[in-house]
Every structure is written in C-alpha cells, then in structure tokens.
Write a protein of this length. Structure first.
Length: 134
C-alpha cells in the first residue's frame, strides 16, 4: 500500500494554487469535476503521491459542509490498494464502519470507497484502486 493522495478542502482551487503551485513549486497536472462527489479536484504530484485540492461545485457538496465547519484543511487521506473489493470485505468483516459498501468511480476513473472517520481515529479514509495504465 501507499498514500495515493492527501485531500485538502479549499473554497477556491485558484486561490489554493497560489500556495501549493506558485509558492511551493508543485505542478497542477490534472483538473476535473467529479459530479458524483460534487467537487472539482486539482492533482499536484509530490513524490509517488499527490496533493488533491478539493473545491465544492454546489452548496450541498460534502466539501461545502466541511468548509463551513472547519474552514478548510486536510479532508481525507487516500490509501492505494490492489483490490478494493477485497479491502472493503476485510474491513466489513472486522466490523469497521464504511461510508461506501461498494466502490464508486472517482477522479481519473479510479475505483474509490470511503471509510467512516469513526473507524479510523477521526480520519476520513479513502481507498483507491487505480485503473491499469494502457
Ligand atoms: Co480523494
């Protein structure tokens, strides 16, 4: 396993890029709207991992709620797994609370599923299974 990305909530990706890209020197290589999660994401590689900037696309986006409560910051940690179905089955068997019982399609067509913070020390955990490179 490895850390696929760290999700950071922001009101506006453009503003966040002034820090992460312009000042710190990371590069925004991919921007995409994930309709299912009502977010716009920007991906900035850092080593073998990435920073994922998350901007809400609507008032009822989970990111809007997070921003209201916390005003931005680390929203989730994403762990890359080989077989997301197997990981979910194992977590379920161990009695862990899942937000997604089965995987959804996330950014870049990856399979993703969220684990509830109550089972992961207050951390919202995203499981990611990347699609094979063509
Ligand atoms: Co994510």
């Amino acid at each position: 396993m490895k850390i696929n990305h760290l999700g950071i909530a922001t009101k506006e990706i453009a503003g966040a890029l002034e820090f992460w890209q312009d000042a710190l020197g990371l590069e925004n290589v991919h921007t995409e709207v994930v309709e299912d999660q009502k977010v716009r994401v920007a991906m900035l590689p850092i080593g073998e991992s990435r920073i994922e900037l998350l901007e809400p696309t609507s008032e009822d986006s989970p990111i809007s709620k997070f921003l209201e409560k916390r005003g931005g910051g680390i929203h989730h940690i994403a762990v890359e797994v080989d077989d997301i179905e197997a990981s979910l089955a194992k977590l379920k068997e161990k009695g862990m609370r899942l937000i997604d019982e089965s995987p959804r399609i996330g950014a870049e067509g990856c399979l993703v599923a969220f684990v509830h913070p109550s089972s992961a020390n207050g951390v919202l955990l995203e499981l990611v299974q990347t699609i094979a490179d063509e």
